[in-house]
Design a protein around this ligand. Structure first.
Ligand code: PEP
Ligand code: MN
Length: 339
């Protein structure tokens, strides 16, 4: 960390800052350069509260040379590959994984029918929500554990690993019995008790970007899970909240190359919650593949108009077929194969 002061050789200020760094954070520091304005703090400065130092009268700027997340950082390693059942691996260079399924599991029959559709057109991971974070309290909020039982059964029947969302720590206990990947929804990206619990979990986690989270906050949320001892985290960009109202959320496609530089974790895109309309999802999916995502997670439904949640963005078989054709074409052009 480098702390730059406004005045040259302000000894009382230098002493104050050096004492604070030592006493509060255990950090050694020293003046560098000839004009007595730059304090260097070598080593691990992740504990130092940058705004507290910036707030000190006479400090011009504070720069963290190291990133505040260590385990998630690309400096740590090049890529994380996550191995799942049925031979599916996520994050391998040159491969693309497609996860698909209904927003919510509505019945055993609906899930079975949707899983068959997912499989038929090339998805290799089955999604299905059993605990639903709904904006209003009166909306359908999922079948709970029964839904997870149907999901596990469908995953076995169609030979696909399965993913479902947990909203709290108790639900993670259930997830460990039934699913291959736990999803953290956008609204829970900063639910730190949940993230800590997932750190103790032995199954992979798909962490969705919060509606208004910066990439640094996103990576720090991933860091919680990694720091708890679970190395298998993938990041999911699903659109952020902007002033735009025509599309459901603004898909931050540019975050893919940015995240690729910052982290080794696999990057998944959710075009469904971003676009919000079934007819826009094939286009959004192709763009997501072209920009280099490691995978996609897409909502499909045999009869979208009957869906109990997110019907407007669910792909029926015709849209789903078109979407997968586009995904295959762009993946092929990029020399990627479907995982
Ligand atoms: C979902 O995947 O169904 C969901 C609710 O996603 P998000 O948390 O991104 O809104
Ligand atoms: Mn949904």
């Amino acid at each position: 960390m480098l702390i730059v002061l406004r005045q040259k050789n302000d000894q009382p200020l230098i002493t104050h800052i050096q004492n604070l760094l030592k006493k509060k954070y255990g950090c050694e520091s020293h003046i560098i350069g000839s004009n007595g304005r730059v304090i260097a703090v070598p080593g691990d400065t992740t504990m130092v509260e940058i705004d507290l130092i910036k707030n000190i009268e006479g400090v011009r700027s504070v720069d963290r040379v190291d990133r505040p997340y260590k385990l998630a950082s690309r400096e740590r390693k090049d890529r994380t590959e996550i191995k799942l059942s049925h031979g599916v691996t996520i994050g391998t260079r040159g491969t693309l994984v497609v996860m698909a399924g209904p927003c919510s599991i509505e019945s055993e029959a609906q899930l079975d029918e949707t899983a068959a559709l997912a499989k038929k057109h090339g998805a290799t991971v089955l999604r299905g929500g059993a605990f639903k974070p709904r904006t209003g309290p009166y909306a359908f909020n999922g079948l709970g554990e029964d839904g997870l039982k149907f999901l596990k059964k469908a995953g076995e029947k169609y030979e696909m690993p399965v993913i479902s969302e947990a909203m709290n720590e108790a639900q993670v206990d259930l997830m460990e019995k039934y699913v291959d990947i736990v999803q953290v929804g956008a609204r829970n990206m900063q639910n730190y008790d949940l993230l800590r619990r997932l750190g103790k979990c032995r199954i992979p986690v798909l962490l969705k970007r919060g509606l208004a989270a910066t990439l640094e906050e996103f990576l720090l949320a991933a860091e919680y899970i990694l720091a708890g001892g679970n190395p298998d985290v993938m990041l999911c960009e699903r659109g952020i909240r902007t002033f735009e109202e025509e599309v459901r959320f603004t898909l931050a496609l540019g975050s893919v190359p940015a995240l690729r530089e910052l982290t080794h974790l696999p990057i998944i895109i959710d075009p469904s919650h971003a676009a919000g309309k079934a007819r826009w999802i094939a286009d959004t999916s192709r763009a997501s593949v072209a920009i280099g995502a490691d995978g996609l997670i897409i909502e499909i439904h045999p009869r979208p108009e009957e869906a109990l949640s997110d019907g407007p963005q669910a792909l029926d078989e015709a849209h789903w077929t078109e979407c997968m054709e586009g995904i295959r074409a762009i993946a092929g052009a990029m020399g990627k194969k479907l995982a």
